[in-house]
Ligand binder design. Structure first.
Ligand code: BT5
Length: 325
């Protein structure tokens, strides 16, 4: 609906006072009927707007949803999240983003949903995505060769870790890109790449954060492994504010990723890591390898020290063992 964002911004700036329909109409150059229709739309989306056409409107409350208007309010990025596609419920935001990217939407476009019925993890695993979480995918179109693409996954991990840290939490990155708090997973990242020959056409960076989710909403097998911010903090988080902060962190780190600033990014990944320095077991391509997790390299590969010598692992599933004495 045209002008709804402007109306909302204006009502927010005047809160708790009311603004007449006439004033709004004059200000935005539309009819009072158009204002009334937009207000009706906003109410349908859960905004509490007091008032009637004759008496003026006042904003009394915003819905607990990830509506584009809420995310954009105070967003400071140049590119990321400047276009937002919102879904109340969808199969997978990565799938929606992929379809949009193929249709040529600009880099930085964000797809975000309240709920996914077919959320995807890596290797066709399921990602549980009940209401209250943050399920988002970014379309990114960097001018890079495909070899550099893994850097954006590393960047995304660090960005989420920074944002969660700012909430007073102590997140750790488990290789390749899980975020754990107190040993349980709060966030998973799924990066998909489309490339032509050697040039990246686009990346889809899918991020799932268990934000305001009651523990009982996770399916049985996942419940003991998953944690939510609601449970960890003992209160609901402001989801649009968290998304805004995350977009800001992502943009800064995506800017650094292809250039010399990448070294610093990698160091920060190492500092957040809960994998490095530990004995681990890695399932990779039908093989199970045990060893000491020494480091990661610039392609995000895990460097293991095994009894048979050093191994470099590009993808796999890690079980963390003890830290060596
Ligand atoms: C991931 O895969 O961790 C990547 C998850 C990416 C999800 C986002 S949400 C937005 C975007 N749209 C999508 O469709 N996907 C992305 P992986 O490392 O394969 O982990 C999957 C495993 O994590 C599952 O097999 C479960 O054991 C566990 N799991 C599933 N849902 C979970 C949840 N909500 N919280 C914690 N663990 C979960």
């Amino acid at each position: 609906m045209a002008k709804r964002y402007e109306i909302l911004e204006f009502l927010k700036s005047k809160q708790p006072y009311s603004v007449s329909g006439e004033e709004l109409a004059g200000l935005l150059g539309v009819t009072r009927t158009a204002i009334w229709k937009a207000v009706r739309e906003l109410r349908r989306d859960g905004y509490l707007i007091a008032g009637r056409p004759g008496a003026g409107y006042a904003l009394a409350g915003s819905p607990d949803r990830l509506l584009p208007e809420e995310i954009r309010d105070g967003l400071q990025t140049r590119i990321l999240g400047r276009t937002i596609h919102y879904r109340d419920s969808t199969d997978s935001t990565n799938e929606v983003a992929k379809a949009l990217a193929r249709r040529g939407v600009p880099g930085g476009t964000l797809v975000i949903a309240e709920e996914q019925w077919s959320g995807k993890g890596r290797l066709s695993r399921e990602w549980s995505s009940p209401r209250g979480g943050i399920w988002m995918s970014l379309i990114h179109r960097p001018q890079i060769i495909s070899l550099l693409a893994p850097r954006y996954s590393l960047a995304a991990c660090v960005a989420v870790a920074r944002s969660l840290h700012k909430l007073g939490l102590n997140p750790g990155i488990k290789w390749p890109n899980d975020l754990l708090i107190e040993g349980r997973k709060v966030c998973g990242i799924l990066t998909e790449l489309w490339a032509e020959l050697d040039r990246v056409e686009f990346l889809i960076i899918g991020i799932g954060i268990n934000a305001n989710i009651e523990q009982a909403s996770f399916p049985d097998p996942i419940r003991p492994l998953a944690a939510s911010l609601l449970e960890l903090l003992g209160r609901k988080v402001d989801r649009p504010a968290l998304v805004r902060d995350l977009l800001w962190e992502l943009e800064g780190l995506f800017d650094l990723a292809p250039g010399p600033g990448f070294e610093g990014l990698l160091d920060e990944w190492r500092r957040f890591s809960v994998t490095l320095g530990r004995r681990v077991r890695v399932k990779a391509g039908g093989e199970e390898i045990s060893g000491l997790a020494r480091d990661i390299d610039g392609e995000g590969a895990l460097l293991l020290e095994t009894k048979d010598g050093p191994r470099r692992i590009l993808a796999g599933e890690v079980t963390l063992g003890p830290r060596p004495e």
